[in-house]
Design a protein around this ligand. Structure first.
Ligand SMILES: *[C@@H]1O[C@H](CO)[C@@H](O)[C@H](O)[C@H]1NC(C)=O
Ligand SMILES: *[C@@H]1O[C@H](CO)[C@@H](O)[C@H](O)[C@H]1NC(C)=O
Ligand SMILES: *[C@@H]1O[C@H](CO)[C@@H](O)[C@H](O)[C@H]1NC(C)=O
Ligand SMILES: *[C@@H]1O[C@H](CO)[C@@H](O)[C@H](O)[C@H]1NC(C)=O
Length: 528
């Protein structure tokens, strides 16, 4: 399988739905090859039933139908109440005399009334589904003491020391063959390498953080925001999510839009001056939630989005040595006796970029479709007017450029394909908005613009081409778009297994056609 590399068939060209189809095709293919596994599955189903097999599979991370001691660990911990000392084989043991710092967690629970399903009082939503969410009212550990050296994972790789040049702390592992990671999991896999510190930090909020999200883009990116002789200021963006339920309830996934922040640390990571991590809260919605209604991967899934006012980690001060020597060479334990006043040198930054610029670099690393600027709604129309261009506008229920949304299929496919990027850049001003934000637009002129948009909106995502005065000349619903562009299974099969090199990505072609039709339809208006 690894040797099959169909040209043009990659995550960049294909929606989740399509990837899923292909994945199903491939697994069906391999299942039919391996009747033995299938038979064992049937036997397992017979002995455990649907629900039982579901729980079993959620623990059986390598799908071999056997539970190893490592896979059994979460259950052992739950039943005995004792968490074994975590395996230190992956983790470098920090110098016990190294500097330590305290990290404070601030957390305000999700506002339940911001969820769409709250409108009818969560009618039809089993209260068991929401138990993990309702129960999560405080951070799991409000304060945590950490070694400065543990933050080494945030340092740039040796060859990557250019200002503003992003690198992956945790690379994404999703590709066309993996599709996305399964929903039927309760316990995060043991973190490895650089995942360890991120897992540890996110565990301060909730005991079950998954440092790798089920959907792309996964992972964590960082870039140097400022450089001094001995220090870096590093900006980062992490995509991670939490599993809020435990058996016997069904999984409930809580995916904040993103975790971003910065760290100021010495180039040898012996000292951390400042650390901050937060979920941005300046949009009206910032969390995606998905929960299952059954014991199978194909079970019904509910989706909703909501607003989380605060989820932050902050250092209480610079890291300090735990052991110091006085002028006579005597050892003083700084954790005992009178508090010691430390004086920290000023950091003189030699070169830096501002926070907005760093944020943009990280965003483009996660979302290549952002190589084209997406302006705020009203700015886009002003710009279109001054440049006599059309507006390419995407109106969605959830955000397009974070993990809290339904727009992922679009941005992972057509919006980042190079012909579309080039065409949008040349002929359109682009914008995307949340339905809720347009509904909230107050002043007279802008609310008229918004109304013209909302009139044409259909759930969940509508793509529109507009004149600078707001008249919508062409529009298409994203679900309809995905329906007409998704490949038939026979086509997928033949294009994968015939090693086709002339594979034409139907969604890019269709989107280009849609944009061109928009230009055509706008012509009569612009020729006056
Ligand atoms: C609710 O949260 C507490 C701690 O915050 C935990 O001990 C308990 O198991 C949780 N209950 C449920 C039903 O999740
Ligand atoms: C939210 O804040 C960030 C900076 O912290 C800013 O770049 C962004 O434009 C803001 N978004 C909105 C919708 O206000
Ligand atoms: C967009 O166009 C400008 C100038 O026409 C060019 O400098 C820039 O590289 C283009 N960007 C993309 C993503 O094509
Ligand atoms: C926008 O301009 C076009 C042509 O200039 C016109 O036909 C249309 O009615 C205008 N729309 C609005 C909402 O003013």
């Amino acid at each position: 399988l690894a040797s099959i590399s169909p040209k043009g068939l990659g995550p960049a060209h294909m929606g989740t739905a399509q990837q899923h189809k292909i994945k199903t095709q491939i697994s069906a293919h391999f299942l039919s090859l391996d009747n033995c596994i299938l038979k064992n599955m049937e036997t397992a189903l017979k002995s455990l039933g649907n629900e039982g097999l579901f729980l079993f599979s959620s623990l059986d991370t390598n799908n071999d139908l056997y539970i190893s001691p490592e896979e059994f660990k979460p259950i052992a911990e739950k039943l005995t109440g004792i968490a074994p000392v975590s395996g230190t084989d992956e983790e470098e043991v920090p110098d016990p005399n190294g500097e330590t710092l305290s990290i404070l967690a601030k957390f305000q629970p999700l506002l339940m009334e911001t969820m769409t399903k709250s409108k009818d009082g969560f009618l039809g939503v089993s209260h068991l589904s929401l138990s993990g969410l309702r129960n999560w009212t405080a951070p799991a550990s409000p304060v945590s003491v950490m070694f400065a050296q543990q933050f080494k994972a945030f340092l740039p790789p040796k060859h990557k020391v250019e200002l503003a040049d992003p690198w992956w702390i945790i690379p994404s592992e999703l590709n066309i063959f993996t599709g996305y990671l399964p929903n039927n999991r309760f316990y995060p896999p043991a973190p490895r390498g650089k995942e360890v510190i991120i897992h540890k930090l996110l565990s301060m909020f909730h005991p079950r953080p998954f440092v790798k999200t089920r959907f792309a883009p996964q992972g964590a990116v960082a870039c140097i925001q400022a450089v001094a002789d001995f220090y870096y200021r590093i900006a980062f963006r992490i995509h991670a999510e939490f599993q809020l339920n435990e058996p016997p309830d069904f999984p409930f996934w809580f995916s904040p839009a993103q975790f971003t922040g910065y760290i100021v640390l010495s180039k040898d990571s012996s000292h951390v001056r400042e650390f901050k991590l937060f979920v941005p809260n300046n949009r009206s919605l910032n969390v995606d939630m998905e929960w299952l209604y059954g014991a199978l991967e194909s079970s019904n899934m509910e989706v909703d989005i909501g607003y989380l006012p605060q989820m932050e980690l902050e250092s209480l001060g610079p890291s300090v040595p735990s052991i110091i020597h006085d002028e006579n060479g005597n050892v003083i334990d700084s954790r005992e006796g009178d508090p010691i006043q430390f004086v920290f040198e000023e950091i003189a930054w030699q070169r830096e970029i501002n926070w907005e610029e760093a944020v943009r670099k990280l965003e483009i690393a996660m979302y290549p479709f952002k190589k084209v600027s997406y302006l705020p709604f009203t700015r886009a129309f002003e710009r279109a007017k001054s440049e006599s261009k059309l507006v390419h506008s995407i109106l969605l229920w959830g955000a397009l450029d974070d993990q809290s949304c339904s727009g992922r299929t679009l941005r992972e496919t057509v919006l980042e394909s190079s012909p579309i990027l080039a065409f949008l850049n040349e002929s359109f001003i682009s914008t995307w908005s949340l339905v809720k934000e347009l509904e909230d637009l107050q002043d007279e002129f802008n609310s008229r613009l918004a109304d013209l948009h909302l009139e044409k909106y259909n759930f969940p995502v509508e793509i529109m081409i507009c004149l600078p005065n707001g008249t919508v000349v062409h529009h298409i619903n994203a679900n309809y778009f995905l329906d007409i562009t998704s490949m038939k299974p026979e086509e997928v099969e033949s294009s994968i297994f015939s090693f086709s090199t002339s594979f034409e990505d139907p969604s890019t072609a269709t989107y280009l056609q849609f944009l061109k039709e928009g230009l055509q339809k706008a012509k009569p208006f612009l020729q006056t």
